[in-house]
Design a protein around this ligand. Sequence first.
Ligand SMILES: C[S@@+](CC[C@H](N)C(=O)[O-])C[C@H]1O[C@@H](n2cnc3c(N)ncnc32)[C@H](O)[C@@H]1O
Length: 390
Amino acid sequence: MDSKINKGDVFEVQVRDVSFGGDGVASLPDGRTVFIPYTISGELVEIELTSLHKRFARAKVLAVKEASTSREVPPCQYFGTCPGCQYQHISASKELNIKQLQLATLLQKIGGLEVLPQDFTAIDSIDHLGYRNKMVVHKKLGQWGYVGKDNKSIVPIKQCLLAHEKINEAYSNLQSKKVQAQFRYSRVSGIHFHEKGDSFNEVQDEVNSMRYHCMFPGFFQVNIPVFEKILDWISNRITGDLDHLLDLYCGVGIIGLNFADKTNHLIGIEASKSSIKLAKKNAVNFNLSCDFYDGDMKTTLPKVLNKLNLQSQKFSIILDPPRDGCDQEVIEQIAKLQPKQIFYVSCDPATFARDMKRLQEINHYKLKSAVVCNMFPQTSHFETVGLFEV
Ligand SMILES: C[S@@+](CC[C@H](N)C(=O)[O-])C[C@H]1O[C@@H](n2cnc3c(N)ncnc32)[C@H](O)[C@@H]1O
């Protein structure tokens, strides 16, 4: 290791990649990888090292010597200090391209995938600003804003360009004695407001022209137009005429209910009791036999499977777990059941890739199709959907 390199040193480096998380990647003269936020592949940048580790370093950009043609002026005054956005300096098409490359890399590195599926596409968001239907803000020393990168401080903001315009309108009039508040924009009923300590409310929202009851606060897809495109993507690949469709981590049931015409029976499982109550309420609008169960997936799935006799039945599974992905036991049960198709919707491509590997190892499920969905433009996050078949 070259001991001559120190924190605070300045180098000129060429960025070769943008890693998952948003940082540009380059090499230092001693071979160590250096991560540089707010840079783009191909750019020549002057950097200052901010931290040094055994195998890698972190740096900040001092100057962009040769800018990428995809570089743009960030629209938000808080970009760089606010932890919300990582890609405002990148054009929309390049951002989508970066995210697709990141998924491919993770599938190969974590998932051990040798060849990407032929059906490997990308879905962009219609809006790149104003797309979020939810905003959570915190107050410190009398100022409202987002929690900072250190997880302690507050970055005061007067508006968030990612949030729906009606949310920003409501936020500009925020008067609250509490330290946390959130806004939710519904296509059906407009703005809803919640401050710390308030009870939970039922809100209705519209997805693919159907109304659903959901919880506020509570999980709800933040960019509905992209969510609708995800449902279309699944709809174009799901085989119908099923005896059962299992919607695991179903929330208030929206994904499974969207495919009511593909199955004779829908089963939903979800940890939140209140979401399951609403899923049952939502199902009333569909002419379908449904059973919804609340409980932790690891323990509830085997109990539900005991009640069903899936042998010689035609069934498929939809998974939409939280960021941590599925428990190993859940993947094992699913793979051994041998569903016809497994659709996996994921907000974390790293855990998606890990679970893909497990599905392959346990019962030879292969990734037939995958799509990167820019559900969260300007940020380093994206949604992945995969279809697995044997
Ligand atoms: C990404 S959300 C998906 C919700 C739903 N599919 C939708 O599109 O609205 C993940 C859901 O998994 C639920 N969940 C988290 N951990 C769980 C667990 N261990 N067992 C069952 N459900 C869980 C959460 O409550 C949440 O509703």
